[in-house]
Design a protein around this ligand. Sequence first.
Ligand code: PBG
Length: 332
Amino acid sequence: MPQAGYPATRLRRNRRADWSRRLVRETTLTPDDLIWPIFVIEGTGERSAIAAMPGVDRLSIDLAVKAAEHAATLGLPAIALFPNTDSALRDEAASQAVNPGNLVCRAVRAIKAEVPDIGIICDVALDPYTSHGHDGLLVDGEIDNDKTIEVLIAQALVQAEAGCDILAPSDMMDGRIGAIRAALEENGFTQTQILSYAAKYASAFYGPFRDAVGSGQQLHGDKKTYQMDPANGDEALREVALDVAEGADMVMVKPGLAYLDIVWRVKEAFKLPTFVYQTSGEYAMLAAASERGWLDRERVILESLMACKRAGADAIFTYFASEVAKRLKDAR
Ligand code: PBG
């Protein structure tokens, strides 16, 4: 028996030495857990900085191919491509979204040709292509669900045709997963995976991303009529249940850090591949505070990603992916 006044259990014993901490660690982070989002622009040898995302550049296709090669070398399983479309090409109908020769489709083809073994993920949503910056079509001042789905289907098909491995509808229209799945099957794309942005919130954490793809200044109003209310949790489970029933192979919760309760609930309830998006705003917070010397960059990045995994995420979209993968590799 312990002497009176002494703890019967000393949890600090296991924490005392580094080897012991490694031995009892419950969660691990590896490059296999990370997906690297890359912003694509027109041109050759072009890169342009994004004001609120220090360290992240938009890349022309040739440089995006180089980035994909680098990602493969680091052991990252997949990248996600986001096009910044020339504003002159954006219109009310999002017509560039369904152009098989658009920027993102050309990027997919170029990367597939040079780096065949890395997975490529593309958003299915109209915001890079609409003149008003919304993810869907505006009809009489409202985002029209069913008319939008018709365009999303065509967009999904041109992206699948280009060689995209995982289509990621991020538009939050009702019923789009089932409609896209059916169209993929009918057109022979039976192996194209669907990652549904199932629980995507109307969040202020997307600000820098909208600058990166050039849809921010164009955006009229907000996205609250289709993206979820940050106040809701149960509703996220309904969104996921519907998307899974409609044929999603994987689901996503977005944003990350402020929504890890949702990640946990979704993983617990569905036991499906559950991804989380560490958004542009989260990147900006960590990068800016680190730049000022207010946070320890390396530690805070790893801690934030580890927290996502501990909450149940199987993989994380993060702009830190290549930096972290390199560090994890060097540490081996
Ligand atoms: C587009 C889309 C957004 C993000 C991914 N896909 C922005 C939005 O919905 O407004 C956000 C990514 C980020 O902030 O890093 N539908």
